[in-house]
Design a protein around this ligand. Sequence first.
Ligand code: GDP
Length: 462
Amino acid sequence: MQNQDTIVALATPSGAGAIAVIRVSGPEAILIASGIFKSIHNKDLKKQRTHSIHLGHIMDDNRVIDEVLVSVFKNPNSYTGEDTVEISCHGSSYIQQEIIQLLLRKGCRSAQAGEFTLRAFLNGKMDLSQAEAVADLIASENEAAHQVAMQQMRGGFSNEIAKLREELLNFASLIELELDFAEEDVEFADRIQFQDLLIKIENVLKKLIDSFATGNVIKAGIPVAIAGAPNAGKSTLLNALLNEERAIVSDIAGTTRDAIEDELTIKGIGFRFIDTAGIRDTIDTIESIGISKTYEKMQQARLVLFLFDANDYKEHYKNLEVEVNRIQNKYPQKQVLLIANKTDLLNEHRIQTLQTKFPEAILISALNRDGIEQLKEKLLSLVNTGVLTSGDTIVTNTRHYDSLNKALAEIKKVQQGLEENLSGDLLAIDIRQALYYFGEITGQVTNDEVLGNIFANFCIGK
Ligand code: GDP
């Protein structure tokens, strides 16, 4: 990793805005910036304190490019841990480019995606999982996603892992010490205590691994598929949920050709609605969806809203039960909600019959937007939102999830080894391996390829 370059990038979105921020970081940041900046008070940037702001002009020789504010941050007290200068200029694309080009001519290099955060990691300003949380935070679009990213960025997750890693490391050292005294047959590492620690680690790992199911959907939004026969009212329901005329509604069966996705936030939790192209011909041939897009979409969904036309149900209800059961059997992991639509067309008697026949069904009228709030409440209740309010750590990152699973497998091996009275040297190998996977999460052990992959997903300028 070459950290000697001074890098520059636009930190704000490209295009015109009121203000743009250009970021410069590296050993020459202040020197280079001072060469193009003329303070209105004739201040020399090189002599300014850290965390100070200065008004002046960016000059290309004698030509004034813009009036700007320059913030100075000195190593190690900056985001990257290096000398950093942030230029807040007027947000025209022309000005942004002029200043960046000027900085490049004066010796900066264009930053790569995530390079500022990569440097923060390499300079020990944050560990790897915190750096990853920065990207999640930038991408978060609802309260829940924001909250889990914030928690991770503030180190909740890493602290837990780092503590376990340290305790495990202690035992590893003691067991390895025993190896040096192999002749004397001593035991420095108390096996009972060690077993207790392993159980503790196992529990923490399991809890974190379990949290991923929630964490992952929170980050991306909980995928919900809306399924049902043509004309059941799927598009109308989607519109009602989203409160807008988004999907195409029509009387002609099968108008919803393409799957439409839209997002809805209910009390801070993001839901992604997938309006499946009407399950045509499926009332009794559910297997046929096996080849369709609908099937694919249902596959991705965590919740399936299975909608039927209640005004039409007499004809179909036998099949309906069979169909719901089939979906449930086919996707045992998914929750299928049966929804009776068009209840505005039913009289009291038929409503009662419907309720007796399908006690678990939610009765709505998508057209009149009746029952939509209840449906939203129901959706929310199906998601384990408790984890959000409890402040428990939630894993949202696939990379962490993989490492946690691998660490758990190693911990189980160590436990088994202890039970079988495995020799210290063999135990030590498994412990070291578990430690390795812990270290992968926080970045104590890492390689350039992994780092490259992680930071390539960042935006440039962060
Ligand atoms: P899809 O094929 O399942 O997407 O069904 P659409 O949403 O396109 O609706 C088909 C027809 O049923 C349209 O004419 C809608 O206006 C009508 N419709 C949808 N929901 C209701 C409802 O709750 N009550 C009544 N009376 N008609 C509805």
